[in-house]
Write a new protein. Sequence first.
Length: 222
Amino acid sequence: MMRVLVVDDDPSIVRTLQINLRIRGYAVDTAVDGAGALRAALRVRPDLVVLDLGLPDMDGLAVLAGLRSWSAVPVVVLTGRDDHAAKVGALDAGADDYLTKPFHVEELVARMRAVARRRLSGPSGVSAVRIGRFLVDVADRTVTPPVRLTPTEWHLLEILVRRSGHLVTHRELLREVWGPAYEGSTNYLRQYVTQLRHKLEEEPSRPRHLLTEQGVGYRLVP
């Protein structure tokens, strides 16, 4: 079940979204101001955030910046600001989509689905890459020629493949593979990346594809 955090100080909009999203099978958490939104995001780890920009304690862009400092969670901005500059500013700040009020719930839900699909496939939209002599296809869940990978190794590799060419932080990888409780356990990550290198890199001690961004994360370069 997808968990959505709705951030809006208008009780009628919050109530409308709670009812309509729950009917469609979403789990819904809410916040009425920016500080509450950031606390809730840390606590419940939503799969998607619907964010108003006109919040009582801080601008929604500040909330967005706070989220983007540690999370890649998809964000759909839902706001009364309908000018071009506001839309561009929100998208440049890291929003995935932008919808103005008044709005139709069906359109919002459709945009949420589209954003979730794009994030699932990663920024590059890649499902298959070549790592040296191996072709890794995460859509078919195959490595050619065959290599035996554990479920954890495969999960980690899949994330890196789908975001091929992009830096993926330690925190993102640990959260996605092991869960929020392990976000500080970089030793797990180092161990499994080393195992993947031994299985896929021609020279594991001098990797050409599974690259370390020192102190930040990893990047897969085909």
